[in-house]
Ligand binder design. Structure first.
Ligand SMILES: [Fe+2]
Ligand SMILES: [Fe+2]
Length: 280
């Protein structure tokens, strides 16, 4: 692990921001992402998985916190918990909108809640932390993709775009907190990468199943145009998989640290941009 990455991580401030986005979810069209059923239901599926997922991350970090002695990391843990709690709340509000559109978002959330309880009961805290590190890597590389390719969110309502950008920024700010806790409590390489393999399968499968249900609800699941859009979204020129794959693989490198990938420039430019809609 490079000492530069550790230094960046140590100096990172992680504030819990209360944001004020001025948009009315009732005004949001059903296919709010580029008027495209595939892209919109993909993001809707992610949103359904976020609230309980983010609560699970908070629990995993909290359940390992007692072994952390570094005051700076303890302070960052507080910021991480605040940020994830606020994200969970914002996504829950969005999921209520999905319910009002006839999507079974609250049922997905309820299922996730049960699973979270079972995980807490049966899976050791160190493994739940390794799962958290893996999902945080996913969110960090997807956040980076969104920040690096602003055209990715073309066709999204301007205010709604701000909400996704804010989430992407905070995922970047706190991308190493769970990882640093994992290192501090003695988590090893094999546990880390084994859990990443499991998370990759579970995350892709679960997001696809939830999205599939949403597409089916709208009668879009078996339309060839949906599958063509999906293929382009993942594998087309500039597609998501092609864009994040290299950063994804980096996680398997012994000695990897999330701040080996230094993308702090997005944090600085966003703080300037965000002044216009919220005092940061
Ligand atoms: Fe989050
Ligand atoms: Fe996160």
């Amino acid at each position: 692990m490079s000492s530069r990455a550790q230094q960046i991580s140590r100096n990172m401030e992680i504030p819990g921001r209360k944001m004020h986005f001025e948009f009315d979810l009732k005004q949001l069209p059903r296919y709010w992402y580029d008027n495209n059923a595939f892209k919109s239901t993909y993001m809707n599926a992610l949103s359904c998985l976020f609230p309980e997922g983010e609560r699970m991350f908070i629990d995993a970090v909290r359940d390992n916190k007692d072994k952390v002695t570094d005051p700076k990391l303890l302070e960052q843990i507080k910021g991480f918990i605040k940020q994830e709690a606020i994200h969970g709340h914002e996504h829950h509000l969005f999921n209520e909108y999905l319910d009002s559109m006839g999507y079974p978002a609250s049922k997905v959330e309820a299922f996730e809640k049960k699973e979270k309880r079972l995980m807490k009961k049966w899976i050791p805290a160190i493994d739940r932390l390794a799962v958290t590190c893996a999902v945080e890597h996913f969110t960090a590389i997807m956040a980076h993709d969104l920040l690096e390719n602003p055209e990715r969110s073309d066709g999204v309502d301007e205010n709604f775009k701000q909400l996704w950008r804010w989430h992407a920024i905070e995922e970047t700010e706190h991308k190493a907190v769970a990882f640093d806790v994992y290192q501090a409590v003695g988590g090893g390489y094999f546990r880390r990468v084994f859990n990443m393999l499991i998370v990759t399968i579970m995350f892709c499968l679960r997001a696809s199943i939830v999205q599939g249900i949403f597409l089916w609800k709208d009668g879009n699941l078996f339309k060839p145009s949906t599958w063509i859009d999906g293929f382009k979204f993942y594998f087309g020129k500039g597609g998501l998989t092609r864009s994040i794959f290299k950063n994804y693989l980096d996680y398997y490198r012994p000695g990897f640290h999330p701040w080996d990938h230094d993308n702090r420039e997005y944090l600085e430019s966003w703080i300037a941009e965000a002044q216009s809609y919220k005092a940061v």
